[in-house]
Design a protein around this ligand. Structure first.
Ligand code: ATR
Length: 254
C-alpha cells in the first residue's frame, strides 16, 4: 500500500489524516495516511524511512529545518526557505511547497493588485512568493519591523510601518493572530473598506475577528479554509499522482 504521513509538533490536531484517508477511498487508492509524531525534522525522516512511507506532509515547526534533511528542494522551496511536502523516490527525498499554491489559487482574479501582507514568518514568505507570482505590488507590515525588512529585502518588495501603509486592494493576514479566542485583528481598521479583499490564512477557527470585522466593513473575505483546500489539492497530487477535485476536499472538510 501507499503509505503517507503527516509530521509536526504537535501534530495530533491535524485534519489531514482524516481528509487524505477519505480521498484514498474516494479515488480507490490502496493507501493509508497516518500521524507521525517526531521531535525534530531529522527524527521525522528516520521514522518515515522506517515506515517505508513514500510521502510526508510537514507542518510547524519543521517546515524550515526539513529543507536541510532532504536531497532535492525544488525552486519554490529554495525561494520560500520552507517546505511542506517530502516525496521519496528510490533513495532520494524531494522537497516541495504547496502552501504558496494555496495562497495563489483563490487570488487568480486579482493579478496586478496592490497587496499588503501582515506578518513576516514562514506563512508570510509563502504569501509574498504567491503574490509576486501574480504580478502584485507587495507591502509587508510586521509587529517586529526588522523581520518585515528582512523578508522584504529577500523578495525585493517594500517593508512599511503600520501607520504608513498605502491603501491596498488585497490584505493577507499571515500572522498567527486570530487562532486564540482572545485574539483581536492584526490589521488596522482604517484599511478595511468596500472593494478591498481580505484573506486570512488562519483556518482554525474558520471565521476570525479580522474576517468578521472585514465583512462588516463591506470587504470581500476569503477564509483560510480556501488556502488549506488548494494546498491540499496540490499536495495530494504530489503524494499520489492523482489530481483531486478541490470541491471534494471542500465537501470533506464540511
Ligand atoms: P509562521 O512560520 O507560522 O509564519 P512565525 O515565524 O512564528 O510563524 O511567525 C509568526 C508571525 O505572526 C510573525 O510575523 C509574528 O510577528 P513578530 O515577527 O513580531 O513575532 C506574528 N505574530 C504573532 N503573534 C502576534 C501578535 N500578537 N501580534 C502581532 N503579530 C503577531
Amino acid at each position: 500500500p501507499l503509505i503517507s504521513a503527516i509530521t509536526g509538533n504537535p501534530v495530533s490536531h491535524s485534519r489531514s489524516p482524516d481528509l487524505y484517508n477519505r480521498l484514498f477511498s474516494e479515488y480507490g487508492i490502496p493507501g493509508r495516511y497516518i500521524f507521525l509524531p517526531a521531535s525534530s525534522a531529522e527524527d521525522a525522516i528516520r521514522a518515515m524511512r522506517a515506515l517505508g512511507a513514500k510521502g510526508l506532509s510537514v507542518t510547524i515547526p519543521f517546515k524550515e529545518t526539513m529543507v536541510s534533511c532532504i536531497d532535492e528542494p525544488d525552486e519554490d522551496v529554495t525561494a520560500i526557505g520552507a517546505l511542506n511536502t517530502v516525496v521519496g523516490c528510490g533513495d532520494r527525498l524531494y522537497g516541495h511547497n504547496t502552501d504558496w499554491i494555496g495562497v495563489r489559487e483563490p487570488l487568480r482574479d486579482l493579478v496586478g493588485s496592490d497587496a499588503l501582507v501582515v506578518g513576516a514568518g514562514g506563512a508570510a514568505a509563502a504569501a509574498v512568493y504567491a503574490l509576486l507570482s501574480l504580478d502584485m505590488r507587495v507591502q509587508i507590515a510586521n509587529r517586529t519591523p526588522e523581520r518585515g525588512e528582512v523578508l522584504a529585502e529577500r523578495f525585493g518588495c517594500t517593508a512599511i510601518p503600520f501607520q504608513e501603509i498605502k491603501a491596498p486592494d488585497l490584505i493577507i493576514n499571515a500572522t498567527s493572530v486570530g487562532m486564540k479566542e482572545s485574539d483581536g485583528s492584526p490589521v488596522p481598521s482604517s484599511l478595511l473598506k468596500p472593494g478591498v479583499t481580505v484573506f486570512d490564512l488562519v483556518y482554525t477557527p474558520p471565521m476570525t475577528p479580522l474576517l468578521r470585522e472585514a465583512s462588516a466593513a463591506g470587504c470581500r473575505i476569503i477564509k483560510g479554509t480556501e488556502m488549506f483546500i488548494y494546498q491540499a489539492t496540490a499536495q495530494f497530487r504530489l503524494l499520489t499522482g492523482i489530481d483531486p477535485d478541490p470541491s471534494k476536499i471542500r465537501e470533506v472538510l464540511g
